[in-house]
Design a protein around this ligand. Structure first.
Ligand SMILES: Cc1cc2nc3c(=O)[nH]c(=O)nc-3n(C[C@H](O)[C@H](O)[C@H](O)COP(=O)(O)OP(=O)(O)OC[C@H]3O[C@@H](n4cnc5c(N)ncnc54)[C@H](O)[C@@H]3O)c2cc1C
Length: 338
């Protein structure tokens, strides 16, 4: 997988300006490739032990060729992109320091936290967040971590997105014997779509549509023994793509030993609250304009942290668009947003 898009390595003279990129996922890597082609000094800061972001530590290898991703990263290194791994911006180094020491900064830190359900029993040890659990699986699989992630014989996955489908796969691979997938709408309105649900069924999962969790029930030993759901019905919403849902007042329980919540991801900028004059939107994404400029000069933002959870393609494009805007900005052809 190549991250040098829209330019040729070595096509431009070397420049003095330095660009810091925070996040080595597809958005950060596409931006790094373009800016290095254009001669800029590019340093990528990333909190993980190796670059790639979710391409290495999230997307399953049935969906992506990881050796090809690593090949693309090696190409960037050979072109002179500098990678600083195991550096968490906001903790090991401050964003304000990068702003002071670089001519432009690009934030591409993705959505590194799972949204959690607010229902009784959610703190039971067998109730886990899908994003974190799949990340732990990758750490274990690629030997950064010795401990295998938790797995139990019976698993309920809650959600209807790609991460929920991946949680079904990983549950099966880790040895679960009975896997349920529960979603509050029907598959036709799920982010993973009928194709994703078919993938889960092919893996042996039992699909439950129109169920919304209301409680995790513990046994006398304090461990999860069932999930209680309310049955839902679809409610037409004129003008909207998807119908709404409402409770029917009827309940079912599914007995299980483990529950995996996969109900969405939260944008994770590299700072607490609003730092350094950088505004967030009401969805927690970084507020950017059409040139990916944030509300603080010279900081740009791209990828899932700026447009919310999406897919590899849009993240690559967003990183590339930001890189082109940074080039214009450093050439003096683009001012700052008012
Ligand atoms: C489990 C899972 C499966 C998926 N499967 C698919 C799929 O099959 N196909 C598809 O198209 N899309 C898939 N996606 C979505 C896709 O992976 C993302 O949309 C894409 O990776 C987003 O790219 P990004 O560059 O914005 O962020 P990311 O890939 O998330 O990269 C962000 C990078 O920023 C780093 N970072 C975060 N905070 C800091 C900090 N404070 N300091 C330093 N570094 C930091 C992280 O370490 C990471 O390397 C999947 C997502 C998940 C969660």
């Amino acid at each position: 997988m190549r991250f040098v898009i829209g330019c040729k390595p070595g096509e431009a003279k070397l420049r003095e300006e330095k660009v810091a990129i925070i996040g080595a996922g597809p958005a950060g890597l596409a931006a790094a490739g373009y800016l290095r082609c254009k001669g800029f000094n590019v340093t990528v800061f990333d909190m993980l032990p190796e670059p790639g972001g979710l391409l290495i530590f999230g997307v399953l290898d049935i969906h992506i060729n990881k050796p090809k991703v690593k090949e693309g990263i090696r190409e960037l290194i050979n072109m002179g992109v500098e990678f600083k791994q195991c550096v968490k911006v906001g903790k090991d180094i401050l964003l304000e320091d990068l702003i002071n020491n670089y001519n432009a900064v690009l934030i591409a830190t993705g959505t590194w936290r799972g949204r959690r359900l607010n229902v009784p029993g959610r703190d039971l040890p067998e109730v886990v967040d899908a994003f974190d659990w799949i990340f732990q699986y990758h750490l274990w699989k690629y030997m950064y971590r010795r401990e295998k992630p938790m797995i139990k014989p019976r698993v309920v996955v809650i959600g209807g997105g790609l991460t929920a489908i991946d949680a079904v796969h990983v549950s099966k691979w880790l040895g679960a014997k009975e896997i349920h997938l529960a979603y509050r709408r029907t598959r036709q309105y799920a982010p993973a779509g009928p194709r994703g649900f078919k993938e889960a069924e092919d893996e042996g999962a039992i699909i439950h549509e129109l169920l919304s969790p209301v409680e995790y029930i513990a046994g006398p030993d304090g461990h999860l023994k069932a999930v209680k759901f309310e049955k839902m019905r679809l409610v037409p919403r004129p003008g909207e793509k998807r119908p709404g849902i409402e409770g029917t007042g009827e309940y079912v329980t599914i007995e299980t030993d483990m529950a995996i919540e996969s109900i969405g991801l939260v944008p994770t900028p590299p700072f607490e609250d609003e730092c350094c004059g950088i505004k967030l939107t009401k969805w927690g994404t970084i507020d950017v304009d059409e040139y990916k400029r944030t509300t603080r000069e010279p900081v740009f933002a791209a990828g899932d942290v700026s447009h919310g959870p999406s897919l590899i393609g849009p993240a690559l494009k967003s990183g590339l668009d930001a890189a082109k805007a940074i080039e214009k900005y450093l050439n003096g052809e683009l001012g700052w947003r008012k």
